[in-house]
Ligand binder design. Sequence first.
Ligand SMILES: [Fe+2]
Ligand SMILES: [Fe+2]
Length: 474
Amino acid sequence: MSIDYTQKIPNNVNLADDRTLQRALEQWQPNFIQWWDDVGPEGSTNYDVYLRTATSVDPQGWAVFDYVKMRDYRWGIFLNPADANRQIQFGDHKGEKAWQDVPGEHRANLRRIIVTQGDTEPASVEQQRHLGLTAPSLYDLRNLFQVNVEEGRHLWAMVYLLQRFFGRDGREEAGALLERTSGDVNNPRILGAFNEKTPDWLAFFMFTYFTDRDGKFQLAALAESAFDPLARTTKFMLTEEAHHMFVGESGVSRVIQRTAQVMNELKTDDPKKIREAGAIDLGTIQRYLNFHYSVTIDLFGADQSSNAATFYSSGLKGRYEEGKRSDDHVLKGQTYKVLEVKDGQLVEKDVPMLNALNEVLRDDFIKDSVAGVGRWNRVLEKAAIATRLVVPHKAFNRKIGALAGIRMSPEGRVVSEEEWKANEGRWLPSDEDRAFVASLMGRVVEPGRFANWIAPPAMGINKQPVDFEYVRFG
Ligand SMILES: [Fe+2]
Ligand SMILES: [Fe+2]
């Protein structure tokens, strides 16, 4: 399954055999480059960046590393190999052959699923476009750019599906994906978290840890789809997503490591003194975590959703690791616990599982997120610091679902509006926190040097040394 790079659009789907599709994609390509130039990484046009590019979709040796100008990155269409005998694993069509085309009755829903996923990809590039100006090191700058080009590639993945399988509607949707803009009042991105700002590098690391992980769970659920081309393309996207979460987890970990070092040097846990020494106090890190976690779990949607039931039963979207579950994969008559507020208390109630599949995916995400927070705490443990980071209760700061608008402490206690107001600045990043973090952001571009607020990584990229020249400025 090697990728043909002799084509204008690199691909492993024999694009040259489908002239109509090839022409449609070649018409979209310059618009994509224009979008990249307009709202992609600011001021980066002449940089040579040490990037990896996919050479094949095989698990071994799928990437080569070399200096690339980002606008010349070979974005293309890469699907995992087809399995001619693949069967549908869940829902009402369980046991039937997977679909190679879109059944008419599922066309509207599938299009909506693909457009919603596709919309998040360019959105994050837009959200991150100014970060290169304040990179804490060349190593981090390169990682940011790698994430950005791969999100661009993920957009290509969804645009391929739209153009290949959805005719004129698909072409229109592919165009609209380049027209909506993150945070734009008139034409925003579809999902809330993708219209938030990513104003500084702590926010970027939290975003890639939590919000790219939402991507992992959504893609994993779509990788189960009865619509085989969607399953195959999301499977390959998942291999790229792993790096994004690594950037987030290791980034936050290095921030904590540096903070712990300053705390031990100064023998203090006073946030003021830690800030004066140019490190980020643990309280601020916790508040950033609270914000990004709560905004991200909203992305899974309403706790009860008839759409979620339809998507599952009709085979469009499965559960995370569907194949590893031992139930009947149909889920009729089963129940799941969701939360609601009754008489000022959070209570659990049983609802039909099919309607609660957003909540099931959210809970899988939560388990996965908590594991990494545990790894961050080990950095503190090693440094003999008693403070621990925790994820807030899943009802905290929610804007979507039954818990939206209910005032809740991070521990999951229902609080009054007054108590919320009095504590908001301790629970979520305040303007002052954000201004402080912003004040630390300065550009460090000398190979091997790192900003004062973050520790160097344990090793470089692709076995290169940490002081490697990861970006060359033209
Ligand atoms: Fe992505
Ligand atoms: Fe990602």
